[in-house]
Ligand binder design. Structure first.
Ligand code: SF4
Length: 424
């Protein structure tokens, strides 16, 4: 979500004659697009902000802006703590960023009228292959650990016609993949609901459709049917479980039990056998006992996720969980986190290992970050595949025989070069 917001800021600024600088040393304006979900990210932001202050000391004309959730959440505190910041702007006010830098508006903008989030902004996208498309903003769920409903406001959905025309335009410009974005895409609701929106987008000329994030409570059979039937919707679901303990799920206000989550996974796997499932887990939520932790470990074993994003609970001021009893020490949180990660590493490797010897259709994205002599791409199930660079162009599809599973990726050979046809 934040990455796409940055693309939109860049889009707005490009329309006003700005272009992206190589780094803060060459910039006239440095924008921090902040995330308030975890405390660590906020601390990192403050230390980077301090470094930019030093740059500004040597170059008075440098302007510094802070956008995103930390800006919305801390507003006056941020201005007091860092008075050298020129502009502070909330997530709903991105469209006004050019007005701020040209001095046409005041230094702090936090209008949280959700309709503002629906402003059509031309994003300046880095990739020519894959694009993020926001379909809704905000969240009504109030999970007790989460600051999003306070910083991004209540849910508001974009009209379907505007989303369809954006995806159609991307398809015409040669984009191969879109990821539909929202805090809780399953509760998208305008003139049509989310499964109907998927059907309309599937009818456009875009090869791959992904979406994040899904909430287990709103993950309906109607949606599962749509994923199963629609050829362009990728066989990968990210469905945050957060905990395997019903007691903790209740304290988190997640609105489902572990059994209900599991039943949805069963239906998904029955209807779409090739589906890859990833999830988020929070460990060390206030009051989490050894038994609760064991319930999460059991859930991970039982479900056997393809991948897992696990985090230590981070208390955010302003959320209900912040004031709860039973906060857990960092050492115990770290120990539980490493148990979860170790278990998942074994499961992920085992799942990747099963793919050895199979052939997979891979959309090539570009040179590998770790070894530029290799190319990487992804399967429809969102597995990262690395192949030797034989001149395949980014954006092309190749059939890859998987030769070796690695911990976080697969190593393969392009067998479409041997005459096997690859298509989308
Ligand atoms: S559904 Fe997601 S965004 Fe909404 S409150 Fe819960 S964790 Fe936050």
């Amino acid at each position: 979500m934040n990455v796409h917001d940055s693309e939109k800021m860049l889009g707005v600024l490009s329309e006003n004659g700005y272009s992206e600088a190589e780094g803060p040393e060459n910039a006239d304006l440095v924008i921090f697009n902040t995330c308030a979900i975890r405390e660590k990210a906020e601390q990192k932001f403050y230390s980077q902000l301090g470094r930019t202050k030093l740059l500004k000391r040597g170059r008075k004309s440098l302007k510094i802006a802070v956008a995103g959730c930390v800006a919305q959440e801390t507003k006056d505190k941020l201005i007091r703590r860092a008075p050298y910041v020129d502009f502070v702007i909330g997530p709903q006010n991105i469209h006004l960023i050019s007005h701020m830098v040209t001095g046409r508006l005041q230094a702090g903008l936090f209008d949280d009228n959700q309709k503002l989030a629906l402003q059509e902004l031309a994003a300046s996208r880095k990739s020519l292959i894959k694009a993020w498309v926001s379909i809704m903003y905000g969240c009504n769920n109030f999970c007790t650990y989460c600051i999003v409903p306070y910083t991004r406001g209540r849910e508001v959905s974009r009209p379907s016609s505007s989303i369809i025309s954006e995806v159609d335009d991307l398809a015409k410009r040669g984009y191969k993949e879109v990821t539909l974005l929202g805090q809780n895409v399953n509760s998208y609701k305008s003139d049509i609901d989310f499964p109907e929106l998927l059907r309309k987008i599937d009818a456009l000329k875009i090869d791959r459709i992904r979406f994040v994030t899904s909430h287990p409570r709103d993950f309906s059979e109607k949606l599962i049917e749509a994923i199963a039937e629609l050829p362009h919707v990728c066989e990968h679901i990210h469905l945050p479980i957060q905990s395997g303990s019903d007691g903790i799920l209740r304290l988190m206000n997640r609105g489902y039990t572990y059994r209900e989550y599991l039943e949805k996974i069963d239906v998904l796997r029955k209807k779409i056998p090739a589906i890859a499932i990833t999830a988020d887990v929070i460990t060390g939520f206030p009051g989490e006992t050894a038994m609760d932790h064991e319930a999460t470990m059991r859930a991970i074993r039982e479900i056997s996720f393809d991948g897992l994003f696990a985090f230590k609970f981070s208390a955010r001021r302003g959320t209900k969980a912040y004031g709860m009893d039973g906060h857990i020490g960092d050492d115990l949180k770290s120990q539980r986190l490493s148990e979860i990660l170790n278990l998942q590493e074994k499961i992920t490797y085992k799942k990747n290992h099963v793919l050895e010897g199979t052939t997979q259709e891979v959309l090539i994205e570009g040179p590998s970050e770790t070894d530029p002599s290799m190319l990487t791409g992804r399967t429809k199930t969102n597995k990262i595949v690395t192949i030797s660079d034989n001149g395949e162009t980014p954006g092309s599809y190749v059939v890859v025989r998987i030769d070796r599973a690695r911990q976080h990726s697969l190593l393969g050979v392009n067998v479409s070069l041997d005459g096997v046809s690859a298509g989308s």
